[in-house]
Design a binder for this molecule. Structure first.
Ligand SMILES: *Cc1c(COP(=O)(O)O)cnc(C)c1O
Length: 223
């Protein structure tokens, strides 16, 4: 059993326990293994262990790793969880199953165009900047209604849910609660929230996807 295999089992167990503590069933929340920056051997360990749901934050990096694995392993579900530049939208639509970082009209329009051109429907989440941080991606909470209306009414794009990344030093519970409230208000079914340090809390607060990197693969080596 590899270290990654062991970590995956531990995280999944904690996730199930957290879900059970709030009377949610284990299939209500999926674990996205965030593989950005991690070496290929670790991805292979996770795939061999049977894990299929992964997250990457950069289109170019993901393009170098994932097409081969998508060929080799059935049922891979790849999520883009990092901000997307419009000039990479075409590549992102081709590679990913889910894009979680729709956050502005221009990007929504280009994604619509690309999905039509490629005849491929990518599942979409809107990223909300719940902490209203200037440098962070995501639509401001006050601008969410307008972006949703554009997606739904003008572009005919189905939005599956909302995603957030709480500010690093904030209490995450506040942000998870806000995201849940916004989703309920706008009739959105799914929430992507929670990372290595707070995925159990996120699961208890209603997450349908938690995005866990370090706790599955170990520290990222940027050197
Ligand atoms: C890197 C990343 C994660 C995973 O972070 P860990 O703390 O390593 O679990 C989750 N979500 C997003 C958007 C990320 O960029």
């Amino acid at each position: 059993m590899s270290q990654v295999d062991e970590n995956l089992a531990k995280v999944k167990q904690s996730l199930i326990k957290a879900l059970a503590s709030t009377k949610r069933s284990e299939n209500e929340c999926q674990l996205i293994a965030v593989s950005k920056v991690q070496p290929n051997e670790k991805l292979q360990d996770a795939l061999t262990a049977g894990h299929r749901v992964f997250g990457e934050n950069k289109v170019q990096e993901a393009q170098q790793k994932w097409p081969a694995y998508q060929q080799q392993f059935d049922g891979v579900e790849l999520h883009l969880i990092g901000s997307l530049q419009t000039n990479k939208a075409s590549d992102a639509v081709a590679l990913f199953d889910v894009i979680q970082t729709v956050d502005r009209p221009k990007l929504a329009r280009i994604l619509k165009k690309e999905m039509a051109a490629q005849g491929k429907n990518v599942r979409l989440y809107i990223q909300v900047n719940t902490g209203e941080e200037e440098q962070k991606g995501g639509v401001m909470p006050a601008d969410l209604p307008e972006l949703l209306t554009l997606c739904r009414e003008e572009l005919g794009l189905e939005i599956e849910g909302l995603m957030c990344i709480p500010p690093i030093d904030d209490e995450p519970a506040f942000h998870f609660a806000l995201l849940k409230k916004l989703a309920a208000r706008h009739g959105l079914a799914k929430l992507s929230m929670g990372m290595s340090s707070d995925y159990e809390l996120a699961a208890q607060m209603g997450a349908h996807y938690v995005r866990v990197g370090t706790a599955v693969f170990g520290e990222r080596d940027y050197s």
